[in-house]
Write a protein that binds this ligand. Structure first.
Ligand code: ATP
Ligand code: MG
Length: 231
């Protein structure tokens, strides 16, 4: 299903975030800016400790910036109630991490259906959509497997299916293939880019891998608290 075109899907302006460590204040983000166009794929690179995960948490409404605003699909994340923010998060974002974070006691199908159930979709419809998304990532034959009964790549593809099943405006990923061997990482990454094109879901991915970053539309480096374009 196609979504109305908002041009800019995700916008962060003047983001400031610091952490207090004893008597010291560590400034992690200092007037960071980001604009994500609909369907764009953006790689965020930067040294360990530069603040990439902190930035992703703020973009996804999981951490509050000290200053600045985040807008997703026209909705301001930090000027609404916690309940409303949770609803926006569920509707507009998919999240993938280095570790899959699937629920171990549930099957692949149940894990993928979870965001739809949380959204209030009837169980039968949620199962149907989850099943279609699992099929799309090539995992229809693993639908009844629990995470412990799948390979690393299969688990990560299941996590991808779960992140994308609700057709979010934007997928936020923190080294989503960082825990896989090179060949599997390439395959999962290709699948991610394919879904990005097909569903017009924007991608904002943190990666340490310049090879993967090179396959995305834009590369930004986080340094000294702000983002700047890389060649
Ligand atoms: N809750 C916190 N309290 C104190 N300091 C924090 C907190 N969260 C992050 N930091 C500090 O903020 C800085 C940025 O952390 P962050 O996890 O965003 O880095 P990163 O770029 O994702 O690094 P990596 O590539 O290693 O994952 C680090 O110096 C970290 O120690
Ligand atoms: Mg990190």
């Amino acid at each position: 299903m196609s979504k109305p075109d908002h041009g800019i899907v995700l916008e962060a302006s003047d983001i400031h975030r610091s952490f207090r460590q004893g008597s010291r204040e560590i400034v992690v983000l200092d007037r960071a800016q980001l604009q994500v166009e609909r369907g764009a794929s953006i790689a965020i690179l930067g040294a360990s400790g530069a603040g990439k995960s902190t930035l992703l948490h703020i973009l996804g409404g999981l951490d509050k910036p000290d200053q600045g605003a985040v807008t997703v699909a026209g909705q301001s994340l930090w000027s609404v109630s916690e309940t409303e923010r949770a609803a926006i998060r569920n509707r507009e974002f998919g999240f993938v991490y280095q570790f899959h974070h699937l629920l171990p006691e549930f099957t692949a199908l149940e894990n993928v259906a979870m965001p739809l159930l949380l959204r209030g979709l009837p169980a039968a419809a949620a199962r149907q959509q989850a099943s279609a998304m699992l099929d799309r990532v090539g995992l229809a034959p693993r639908a009844t497997h629990k995470p412990g009964e799948m390979s690393g790549g299969e688990r990560q593809r299941t996590a991808l299916a779960r992140a994308l099943v609700g057709e979010p405006a934007c997928l936020l990923g923190d080294e989503p293939t960082g825990n896989l061997d090179e060949q599997t990482a390439d395959r999962v990454f290709s699948m991610l880019l394919e879904l990005n094109r097909e569903l017009a879901t924007s991608l904002v991915l943190v990666t340490h891998d310049p090879r993967l970053a090179a396959r995305m539309d834009r590369r930004l480096e986080l340094r000294n608290g702000c983002l700047s374009p890389m060649s």
